[in-house]
Design a binder for this molecule. Structure first.
Ligand code: PLP
Length: 410
């Protein structure tokens, strides 16, 4: 595997100037586009002309490709090391469209147990009831379990690069091999690890993102994206069979514009999230606490992540601290928010400030108690998305001081 740096890949993209030579791209708000020659229209409908340069730079209608959203798509493709990408109104909109594009009624999916609660509800409950598409959930770190769950109806192997919230690492190259040998598509949710891992470079057929998290960084917009081969991205937009086109989770061009201005500093932000999370994880572990972080040598897939990750971006901004039970978890979060002003008790992640939630009773509550136990989500697990406001030492003093005062350490 040759070295890949998303920061370099972003800077190699062609610069999108605004309409009047502005340094930023313009926002194309039109929902419909003219053609000079009416003969062009049927060519666009047939998919022979389209938005990329090779296909004439032709646009049709706002729920189909939009030029501003297309610029953000290029940035996402560069982060993932993919040929193409396009965006959606939410992460779950992107995930649903990507999944449905790969399956037909009655098909089967093999999926990691430790996944985002919304994706779990979609695969475990919503799709079987409405489409007959069923999913077998497996321990994604056990490749034999993955292999033996595959049937002749299996079309997708689905995992998150770093699982939510237990931070297991998916062995993307091995999963890709298994998928290819069985005629399946490997779909990877890279929401927790933008810049850190570029799944397409490691053999993922399709990468999905919630842009709502690190890529936005401001906890102010809901957005998603799908990357993959140009053929796959085009198929999502097919006028008669494209899931993004027909289900309609269309990204607003003004949202795309906001995100276009944030992606260029995402590499810097990810490095700082990771640097701080690494320090905190090491210090928490040294204090004898039960901390899960893939940047720690004690993490079961520490070496794997090192092998898969792009150099210099660390192991991510999320760590999980197991404090035993839900009451202790709530007491700690209460003290950290309301006394120490260390961060906020809130779901979501990737914000510039620190966010803390007790996964078992919040974002993973879609899972049954048994499914949570299988996914390793214990009731006292506090997921912490480490922010970069304040100084590292000031934040550590708040954190450690409160752990001491609340009796978590002596
Ligand atoms: C938040 C999240 C999603 C869903 O994204 P939305 O933008 O909220 O629709 C999917 N996967 C992961 C890993 C997430 O954290």
């Amino acid at each position: 595997m040759t070295r890949y740096d998303p920061q370099e890949a972003l800077s190699n993209l062609r610069h999108e100037f605004g309409e009047h030579g502005g340094v930023n791209p313009s926002i194309e708000s039109s929902t419909t586009f003219t053609v000079i020659d009416p003969e062009t229209m049927p060519e666009i409908f047939a998919g022979r002309l389209g938005p990329d340069d090779a296909h004439g730079g032709c646009y049709l209608y706002g729920r189909h490709f939009n030029p501003t959203v297309f610029v953000l798509g290029r940035q996402i493709a560069a982060l993932d090391g993919a040929e193409s990408a396009y965006c959606a109104a939410s992460g779950l909109g992107a995930i649903t469209a990507a999944i449905l594009q790969c399956v037909e009624a009655g098909d089967h999916i093999v999926c990691a147990t430790g996944i985002y609660g919304g994706t779990y509800a979609l695969l475990h409950d919503y799709l079987p009831k409405r489409t007959g598409i069923t999913t077998t959930f497996v321990d994604i770190t056990d490749l034999d379990q993955v292999r033996s769950a595959i049937t002749d109806r299996t079309k997708i192997v689905y995992a998150e690069t770093l699982s939510n919230p237990t931070l297991q690492v998916a062995d993307i190259p091995s999963l890709s091999e298994i998928s290819k040998a069985n005629g399946c598509s490997l779909i990877i949710d890279n929401t927790f690890a933008p810049c850190i891992v570029s799944p397409a470079r490691l053999g993922a057929d399709v990468t999905v993102h919630s842009l709502t998290k690190f890529i936005s960084g401001g906890s102010d917009v809901i957005a998603g994206a799908v990357s993959g081969s140009t053929e796959f991205v085009q198929s999502l937009m097919d006028l008669k069979d494209g899931s993004l086109m027909l289900l309609g989770p269309t990204m607003d061009p003004s949202v795309a514009f906001q995100l276009i201005l944030r992606v260029p500093h995402l590499p810097l932000r990810m490095k700082e999230h990771s640097r701080r999370a690494q320090h905190f994880a090491e210090r928490l572990e040294a204090l004898g606490l039960d901390v899960h972080y893939p940047g720690l040598a004690s993490h079961p897939q520490h070496a794997l992540l090192k092998r898969l990750s792009n150099e210099g971006y660390g192991a991510g901004g999320i760590l999980a601290l197991d404090v035993g039970d839900v009451h202790r978890a709530h007491a700690l979060m209460d003290a950290l928010q309301n006394k120490a002003h260390f961060g906020f008790v809130a779901v979501s992640l990737g914000y510039f400030d620190t966010l803390m939630s007790c996964s078992g009773s919040s974002t993973s509550s879609e899972l049954s108690e048994k499914a949570r136990a299988r996914a390793g989500i214990s009731p006292g697990l506090v997921r912490i998305s480490i922010g970069y406001t304040g100084s590292l030492e000031q934040r550590w003093e708040q954190f450690e001081g409160m752990l001491r005062r609340q009796g978590f350490i002596r």
